[in-house]
Design a protein around this ligand. Structure first.
Ligand code: AMP
Length: 146
């Protein structure tokens, strides 16, 4: 197997992210890879289909500030510098892929809940990232099946 020189770790910043990060770190150590961390903020307008009759900009700003601080803290624990932290707005699947393309990464590491039934039909972030990714994708099993 060829080496992974650059790894993109995608985190939703939940508790489960620590487990996903642990797997990524094992690979970083094995291959002396460069690690980048990406967290995507879904714009509230996107989430609610633009149908909310109020100005969400200050809420969005607060979400961004909190996410930035949380990402910085998470990255510091892994020894990842600010230039390798990516805080992006958009849809997680496509922004994770875009960051991997932009950084010319050779591996994306995401968590996967291994859902069944309806959630499987609708697809998870891991599924979305896998479809259309230009590099390898490692889906780390996290949480419960349902
Ligand atoms: P999900 O299937 O959407 O619950 O997410 C599974 C995995 O996708 C997470 O463990 C992360 O690796 C990745 N992911 C989900 N949402 C985001 C996000 N907003 N930013 C970055 N990665 C995410």
């Amino acid at each position: 197997m060829s080496e992974y020189k650059k790894i993109i770790l995608a985190v939703d910043l939940t508790e489960e992210s620590k487990l996903v990060a642990r797997r990524a770190m094992a690979l970083v150590e094995a291959f002396s890879s460069e690690l980048h961390i990406v967290h995507v903020i879904e714009p509230l307008g996107l989430t609610y289909g633009g149908d909310v009759p109020m100005d969400l900009s200050s809420v969005q700003e607060q979400i961004q500030e909190q996410a930035k601080a949380h990402l910085a803290e998470f990255a510091a624990e892994l020894g990842v510098s600010e230039s390798r932290q990516h805080l992006i707005f958009g849809r997680p699947e496509s922004e994770i892929q875009r960051t991997a393309d932009q950084e010319q990464a050779d591996l994306i590491v995401v968590g996967s809940h291994g859902r069944h039934g309806l959630a499987l039909l609708l697809g998870s972030t891991a599924n979305g990232v896998l479809h259309g990714a230009g590099c390898d994708v490692l889906a780390v099993r996290v949480g419960k099946a349902d």
